[in-house]
Design a protein around this ligand. Structure first.
Ligand code: ADP
Ligand code: MG
Length: 250
């Protein structure tokens, strides 16, 4: 579903993402973890075809991803880390706009939108200009917009930041169901408990490089028994060498 081969991004002298190789399967919920500045957003933008890799390549749904592959981009979706939605639109106008981009038919749009708007309790605010929204409300609107057309692959960059506890719970349940229906989710988060709870596999990166990749049980086993994800994460992203090897695909 999602394959990155030797994916690399350099910003001038700085290498933000170094030779990332990973493959996310259909129906998998994949958590991509790492401290601030470790290259998570840069990786996501390259996977999404929003940023040109300096080296390496990306395949999504078996097709090569390029900046101008709009057909492929229509099948996937993205929730960016900062929900920069045009402020001069109302929530309604934004969702109408998204539905038109994805060429959604009226009936599907109506139903999907109602389901998601109710789920995040945003119904009363849809007539309001986005510039008057709180961060959490923008985040909800971005998530609704991204999920509305039921993309086969969705990338979410720290989607739970700013969401209230109920919306967080709803999003968690939604994503869990979503992958059970055969869709694929690539998620970054700093909420390790969220990754522990819902991810099928976890990848930990540090300074642009993969430090560990596997199921939680595999990471625990390789790191030594009894380690929590937090222990493993902090050890791997703080110079301590616990020898967690990358697991190969079966
Ligand atoms: P994360 O999402 O894990 O916090 P990012 O991918 O945003 O990390 O950033 C990785 C590194 O690349 C950081 O050191 C950051 O400062 C740098 N970086 C990100 N975007 C740019 C850019 N447009 N120009 C220069 N450096 C950048
Ligand atoms: Mg980021």
């Amino acid at each position: 579903m999602i394959t990155a081969s030797n994916l690399t991004k350099k910003y001038g002298e700085k290498t933000a993402v170094k030779n990332i190789n990973l493959s996310v399967k259909k129906g998998e919920l994949f958590a991509y973890l790492g401290p601030n500045g470790s290259g998570k957003s840069t990786t996501i933008k390259m996977l999404m075809g929003l940023l040109e890799p300096s080296d390496g390549s990306v395949e999504i749904l078996g097709e090569p991803m390029h900046l101008n592959n709009t057909e492929l981009k229509r099948k996937i979706s993205f929730v960016p880390d900062t929900p920069d939605i045009i402020g001069k639109l109302t929530g309604n106008e934004y969702l109408n706009f998204v539905a038109s981009i994805y060429k959604m038919d009226k009936e599907t749009y109506k139903n999907k939108r109602e389901e998601l708007v109710n789920m995040f309790e945003l119904g009363n605010d849809l007539g309001v200009l986005v510039e008057e929204y709180s961060h959490g409300m923008r985040q909800k609107l971005a998530v609704i917009g991204a999920l509305m057309h039921s993309p086969e692959v969705i990338f979410l960059d720290e989607p739970n930041v700013g969401l209230d506890p109920k919306s967080n719970r709803e999003l968690k349940n939604y994503l869990t169901d979503y992958v059970q229906q055969g869709n694929t989710v690539f998620l970054t988060t700093h909420t390790l408990s969220l990754a522990e709870e819902i991810a099928d596999r976890i990848c930990i990166i540090y300074q642009g490089e993969i430090k560990a990749l596997g199921t939680l049980a595999e990471l625990r086993e390789q790191a030594g028994m009894g380690r929590t994800l937090e222990d493993i994460f902090l050890a791997l992203t703080d110079g301590e060498d616990v020898h967690v090897q990358e697991h190969t695909e079966s």
